[in-house]
Design a protein around this ligand. Structure first.
Ligand SMILES: [Zn+2]
Length: 143
């Protein structure tokens, strides 16, 4: 089951911050106020709260542990959280544990990457892609 918060180390000052998976604002460091990377996990139970109700755009990574290409793209997806800190939330969804999300978002082949804004999928990409292509995918929707 996905946790409601996680510890994120501030990239600017090293302070450890507890960051909720769902919040109305954007996470920032308690010490230096720098925006924090927002890397979260969601499942069928929490998807609406974590992704659809998010006030910031969300990059959703639909993946599974047995999927080789997913493991290739996973660190790249996670780097987007740091690169777009304060502007993007990154949410990983294990489709094996989240059959409703997999069905609703048509994750027939994985990894499937979704860009969700205001509860709507505005862009999607299937397959492991290089970092430059993923950056282009995100920057089309996130300024
Ligand atoms: Zn800090």
């Amino acid at each position: 089951m996905a946790s409601d918060s996680q510890i994120v180390t501030c990239p600017s000052c090293g302070t450890k911050n507890r960051v909720p998976v769902a919040a109305s604002g954007k996470p920032s460091c308690a010490s230096c106020k720098a925006p924090l990377p927002w890397l979260t996990i969601a499942d069928d139970r929490s998807f609406a709260k974590v992704v659809l109700e998010s006030k910031v755009p969300v990059l959703v990574d639909l993946w599974a542990p047995w999927c080789g290409p997913c493991r290739m793209v996973s660190p790249i997806v996670e780097r987007m959280a740091a690169q777009y800190a304060g502007r993007l939330k990154v949410t990983k969804v294990n489709v094996d544990e989240s059959p409703a999300v997999a069905r609703d978002y048509d994750a027939m082949s994985i990894p499937t990457l979704l860009l969700v804004k205001g509860g709507k999928v505005v862009d999607r990409m299937v397959g492991a892609v290089p970092e430059t292509q993923l950056t282009q995918f995100v920057s089309r929707s996130v300024t």
